[in-house]
Design a protein around this ligand. Structure first.
Ligand code: PXL
Length: 271
């Protein structure tokens, strides 16, 4: 009999990007890279390449529930990571499922728009996310544009990011990580805001077009690290280093914003 090796089970509830860089395919690859076991439920089937999103077929709340409920009956799910939640109906369903289960880690990536500029969720979904889902989150991971829209303030510089972080924190999550500050073009600066106050995490920025799905990968990496028992302040630098290595080792596939290498050869979790 093989020795049992209980990996944390991480559920991603997100869209399908058939080109493999973002959404559940990118998430499950990231989850595997962190030694966790990935399970997934599809909120929307998008039609896209690395160049462009052409459209999407959103799932109903009923179809989403039918995917998720059996997973909870079969697995002990340590972390849930949410991505593209395209409609208010879907957001409310996800919030309802999460609120009736004891899930130790809930990471909400408030995906609003694709890198190529396609709106992935509607206005009602954004309002529902603020109202129903953010209060259930251990961590919410907006980029600066998403943070601006959620908080209704400009987040171009560090004081702006801090203000947005505090506004979003008051919506109910335990912590907010705002990513992708452009204040210093040489640095990748993220701001964590939680009950302990604001903390800045900076690393060298990697200039690249191979960035499709970086937000999905960062949120999935954080879900895994938190599921493995690390603190937020331990997890953020590791997740940032993973993204940096995944961009540096990108395979250069497709003709647009290419995918990451979700299994970067030089990456280890211990620095
Ligand atoms: O990177 C944001 C994102 C998230 N989820 C899905 C996507 C995208 C971007 O295209 O397609 C399914």
């Amino acid at each position: 009999m093989p020795k049992t090796n209980k990996q944390p089970v991480v559920l991603t509830i997100a869209g399908l990007d058939p080109s493999g860089g973002a959404g559940i395919l990118g998430d499950v690859k990231t989850i595997s890279a962190f030694g966790c076991y990935g399970v997934a439920a599809i909120t929307s089937v998008t039609f896209q390449t690395t160049r462009e999103v052409f459209g999407a077929s959103h799932q109903t709340a009923e179809i989403l529930r039918q995917q998720i409920e059996p997973l909870f009956d079969d697995f002990e799910i340590t972390a849930v990571k949410t991505g593209m939640l395209p409609t208010a109906e879907i957001v409310r369903e996800v919030a309802s499922i999460i609120s009736t289960r004891a899930i130790p880690v809930v990471v909400v990536d408030p995906v609003l728009r694709s890198t190529s500029g396609f709106d992935l969720i509607d206005e009602d979904a954004m309002a529902a996310m603020t109202l129903h889902l953010l209060p259930l989150a251990s961590l919410v991971t907006p980029n600066v544009e998403e943070a601006s829209r959620l908080a209704g303030v400009v987040t171009r510089d560090e004081p702006g990011m801090e203000r947005a972080g505090e506004i979003i924190l008051r919506m109910g999550p335990c912590a907010v990580l705002i990513t992708g500050s452009v204040a210093d073009p040489d640095l990748s600066t993220d701001l964590l805001v939680d009950a302990q106050g604001p903390t800045v995490f900076s690393s060298e920025r990697v200039e690249s077009r191979q960035t499709h799905g970086t937000g999905c990968a960062l949120a999935s990496a954080l879900a895994c690290l938190l599921a493995s028992g690390l603190s937020l302040r331990e997890s953020v630098p590791i997740a940032k280093r993973y993204i940096q290595q995944a961009i540096l080792a990108a395979p250069g596939l497709g003709h647009g914003h290419g995918p990451l290498n979700h299994f970067p050869p030089d990456f280890t979790t211990d620095g």
